[in-house]
Design a protein around this ligand. Structure first.
Ligand code: UDP
Length: 235
C-alpha cells in the first residue's frame, strides 16, 4: 500500500473525553494509538490540534478580554494539547515531534515547513500547535494552511459526526449524509464543511477534505485506506 501524506485536524474536544474539558488520559491514549497505527503502516502524518478543551477566544471576550489577548490564551491551549499528544504517540512507540507556530523553544520545536517535511519523511508524526500564530484565526484555518504548504494529499477533519449531512443529524431525523461532494456543491448547498476562512483556503489550494468521526476506533486508519464512513469533498 502506498503511504499517503495527510493532515489530521483534531479539535481540542477530541482529547477531552466524557468530561468535555481538559485532557482525559484514556481518550488521549486511544487517539494516540490510532495515529501511531496509521503512521506505522507508512503514512506521513501531520496533526493540527485545537484548544477548545482549554480555552476559546470567545470565552475570553465574555470575561472582558480583548480579542488578541483572548486568542493568545486560546493558542497556548493548543500547544498544551500538542505536547500531550507528542508524549502519547511516542508512548505508543512511534516517534513524534510537537512544533509550535508560536515559538517557545524550551517546550518544543518552533514550526518551520521544511523541518516538518523532514520529520515526516523520517517517519515522525508532527503535531502542530499554536494554530497560525495569529489572532482572529482558528485551528481549522491553521489545518488548511498547513495541509496546503506541506503538500498533503488529504485534509482529514475529525468531528463527532461521520460526515457532512443535509442538516444537523442530531436534531433533524430526516438529515442524509453525503458520500462525496465537490467544493462548489458544498458552497452552493450552503453546507458547513469547515469554518468559512478554512474552507476558502482549502478550496483555493485544491485540497481534498475528508470529514469523518473519531467515535469509531480505528477510523483514522480506515480513512487513510480509502474506507470508513466519511464524506469526501473534492476540488
Ligand atoms: N486561535 C487563534 N489563532 C489560530 C488558531 C487558534 O487565535 O490560528 C485561538 C482562538 O482563540 C481559538 C483557540 O485558539 O478559539 C482554540 O482554537 P480552536 O477554537 O480552533 O480549537 P478547537 O475548536 O478546534 O478545539
Amino acid at each position: 500500500m502506498a503511504g499517503k501524506r495527510a493532515l489530521i485536524k483534531l479539535s481540542g474536544e477530541a482529547l477531552a473525553g466524557p468530561g468535555g474539558a481538559g485532557i482525559h488520559g484514556e481518550t488521549l491514549t486511544a487517539l494516540a494509538n490510532d495515529i501511531a497505527t496509521a503512521a506505522r503502516v507508512g503514512h506521513e502524518i501531520a496533526v493540527v490540534v485545537g484548544g477548545g478543551n482549554f480555552f476559546r477566544g470567545v470565552q475570553g471576550l465574555a470575561k472582558g478580554l480583548d480579542r488578541p489577548t483572548a486568542d493568545s490564551i486560546g493558542m497556548l491551549g493548543t500547544v498544551m494539547n500538542a505536547l500531550a499528544l507528542e508524549h502519547a504517540i511516542e508512548s505508543a512507540g512511534v516517534p513524534a515531534r510537537a512544533m509550535s507556530a508560536v515559538p517557545m523553544p524550551s517546550l518544543c520545536e518552533s514550526y518551520a515547513r521544511k523541518r516538518a517535511l523532514d520529520h515526516m519523511a523520517h517517519g515522525k508524526v508532527v503535531i502542530l500547535g499554536g494554530g497560525t500564530s495569529n489572532p482572529y484565526f482558528t485551528t481549522d484555518t491553521g489545518a488548511a494552511l498547513r495541509a496546503a504548504e506541506l503538500s498533503c494529499t488529504l485534509l482529514m477533519k475529525a468531528t463527532n459526526v461521520d460526515g457532512v449531512y443535509t442538516a444537523d443529524p442530531k436534531t433533524d431525523p430526516t438529515a442524509t449524509r453525503f458520500e462525496r461532494l465537490t467544493h462548489d456543491e458544498a458552497i452552493a448547498r450552503n453546507l458547513k464543511v469547515m469554518d468559512t476562512a478554512a474552507f476558502a483556503l482549502a478550496r483555493e489550494a485544491g485540497l481534498t477534505i475528508v470529514v469523518f468521526s473519531l467515535q469509531e476506533p480505528g477510523s483514522i486508519g480506515a480513512v487513510l485506506e480509502g474506507g470508513g464512513r466519511a464524506t469526501v469533498v473534492v476540488p
